[in-house]
Design a protein around this ligand. Structure first.
Ligand SMILES: [Zn+2]
Length: 210
C-alpha cells in the first residue's frame, strides 16, 4: 500500500518539522478552538481550503461535501451532517464569516448536468438534486459553458439555503455574521469572489493586503 505509506511519510514530516516548531501552538489549541471563519467546500482532492487560503490549524472550521452544497433548513428526514456542522459553527463557535467555495472542473456539478439515474449513484443523485433549481436557471440562460455557470449558481444556491437557517439569518441581520461566495479556478490557482449585489464573480486582487 504505497499510497498509505506516503501518508505516513507526510505524518513523519509533520511530527519532525512542523509539530516540533509549533509545540506551544498545539498545546494551546488543545485547550479549545475559536475559529473566526467557517469554510464550506467540495470534497474534491484538488481544492483543499487550508491550502488555498493558507490557514493555520484553529483558524477555519471546514466542512466539505460533494459540490459544496448546503441543503435548506428542515427538521425531518435523514441525518443532518451539514446542518449539525453549521449549527455548531454558528451557534456554538460563533464564527464571524461563512465562505462557500465552489471550484472549476467540479465532478458533482458535472453529475448534475449529466442528469440522474446512474445505477452506481445510490446517494449522489439525491444530494445533487439540490442543484436542480440552479440547473433550470442555467439551462434557461443558454450560456455556452453550462458547467462553469452551474458551479457559480451552486455557490449562490448554498448561500440562499444558508439563509433559511434561523440562527444564520438572525446573526447576519444583526451584523454578527457575514456570508461570502467564492469560486476557485484550479489550473490558474485563482480565486473569484461573488458580488451578491450584481450576482457576478470578480477575480480577487492578488496584491491586495486584506
Ligand atoms: Zn467539486
Amino acid at each position: 500500500m504505497p499510497e498509505f505509506r506516503a501518508l505516513l511519510r507526510g505524518y513523519h514530516r509533520f511530527r519532525h518539522d512542523r509539530y516540533e516548531a509549533e509545540r506551544r501552538r498545539w498545546a494551546s489549541l488543545a485547550t479549545g478552538q475559536a475559529p473566526p471563519v467557517m469554510i464550506i467546500g467540495c470534497c474534491d482532492s484538488r481544492v483543499d481550503p487550508a491550502t488555498i487560503f493558507d490557514t493555520e490549524p484553529g483558524q477555519a472550521f471546514i466542512l466539505r461535501n460533494i459540490a459544496n452544497l448546503v441543503p435548506p433548513f428542515e427538521l425531518g428526514g435523514g441525518l443532518h451532517g451539514v446542518s449539525s456542522a453549521l449549527e455548531f459553527a454558528v451557534a456554538k463557535l460563533q464564527v464571524r464569516h461563512i465562505v462557500v467555495m465552489g471550484h472549476g472542473a467540479c465532478g458533482g456539478v458535472a453529475a448534475a448536468l449529466d442528469g440522474h439515474g446512474e445505477p452506481d449513484r445510490i446517494f449522489i443523485d439525491r444530494w445533487i438534486s439540490l442543484l436542480d433549481p440552479a440547473l433550470e436557471r442555467v439551462r434557461a440562460s443558454g450560456v455556452p459553458d453550462q458547467h462553469h455557470a452551474l458551479e457559480l449558481e451552486g455557490v449562490k444556491t448554498s448561500l440562499a439555503n444558508l439563509r433559511t437557517f434561523p440562527f444564520v439569518r438572525e446573526r447576519e441581520d444583526a451584523g454578527e455574521l457575514k456570508l461570502h461566495g467564492c469560486h476557485f479556478a484550479i489550473a490558474e490557482g485563482q480565486l473569484w469572489e461573488l458580488d451578491e449585489a450584481s450576482g457576478s464573480f470578480h477575480l480577487v486582487d492578488e496584491t491586495e493586503a486584506v
